[in-house]
Design a protein around this ligand. Structure first.
Ligand SMILES: [Mg+2]
Length: 280
């Protein structure tokens, strides 16, 4: 199957619901992506349902809306679905309500864990769950080292610890031509260190909640009450792979992380469409 090039304005007419990735599509680390405001305006004019599905678990939806507004993009908090919101069902389904949780991330990351029913404890205490919500908002190496020290102390003593990362992203666009490491990279760092300490143990892996897992999409589809949806994203391995797993169409926007050459792209990360810009 070849990937079809399509104009944004034509694409959105084919679906009831338009899903957007945030970073690399609507926003970057310090501002708006080109065409973001026009893209939302067009949907408002046409009365089309839309929603942001983001792996960012550093801000509660209401605070993400405030941040987007400060950048010039008006978006109601009810239209924002984040990987942090998935902690609630994860904690419920795995009996983790009331669990002692060490959390790496800014204050809203801790609030996500509390909303899910977790009890947030210091990283140098004993804990049942480690949640890496974000790579920002704390003294990185100091707290990562303290967390690793606690983990090794508990694992050496034979205790079980559950590892969860809502945002499995490795990289994010931090400005128009700059990039940053995301929370998934921090999880990989812990996994690599634990693999050295405990060779052969295959259970010391993080549960990844956000894209490319289908949970975020299924949550957004349920909220909108439709299966007729297209996902617009900038990363094949997260946005597009997740859409494919959720069974919906997708479009790669080629101004973010993934490049536009799709000739040898594997079927599981191949988008339905490719779009070059959001403002027409
Ligand atoms: Mg992105």
């Amino acid at each position: 199957m070849t990937v079809r090039d399509v104009r944004y304005a034509d694409l959105v007419d084919r679906y009831d619901l338009v899903l957007f990735d945030a970073y690399g599509v609507l926003v970057h680390g310090t501002g708006l992506m080109p065409g973001a405001v026009a893209a939302i305006e067009l949907l408002e004019q046409r009365g089309k349902a839309y929603c942001v599905v983001t792996n960012d678990a550093s801000k509660l939806p209401e605070n993400a809306a405030v941040r987007y507004a400060s950048l010039g993009l008006a978006l109601d908090a009810s239209r924002i679905v984040t990987s942090g919101m998935l902690l609630e069902s994860h904690f419920r389904d795995h009996g983790l309500r009331g669990a002692r949780c060490a959390v790496l991330g800014p204050p809203d990351g801790l609030r996500y864990v509390q909303r899910a029913g977790g009890e947030v404890v210091p990283v140098n205490a004993s804990f049942d769950v480690l949640v890496i919500c974000d790579e920002s908002g704390f003294p990185f190496l100091e707290m990562a080292d303290a967390t690793l020290t606690s983990l090794v102390r508990m694992l050496d003593a034979g205790r079980e610890v559950r590892l969860v990362v809502p945002n499995p992203d490795i990289i994010y666009p931090d400005g128009t031509h700059a990039f940053g490491f995301a929370a998934g990279s921090v999880a990989l760092m812990f996994e690599a260190a634990l693999a050295r300490r405990y060779p052969g143990r295959t259970d010391l892996r993080f549960v990844r909640l956000g894209k490319p897992e289908p949970g975020l999409y299924l949550h957004a589809l349920a909220l909108a009450g439709t299966r007729s949806a297209v996902m617009i994203g900038d990363q094949l391995e997260t946005d597009i792979a997740g859409a494919n797993r959720a069974g919906i169409d997708s479009a790669l926007l080629t101004t973010g992380v993934s490049l536009g050459d799709l000739h040898d792209t594997a079927p599981d990360i191949r988008p339905t469409y490719r779009i070059a810009r959001l403002d027409r």
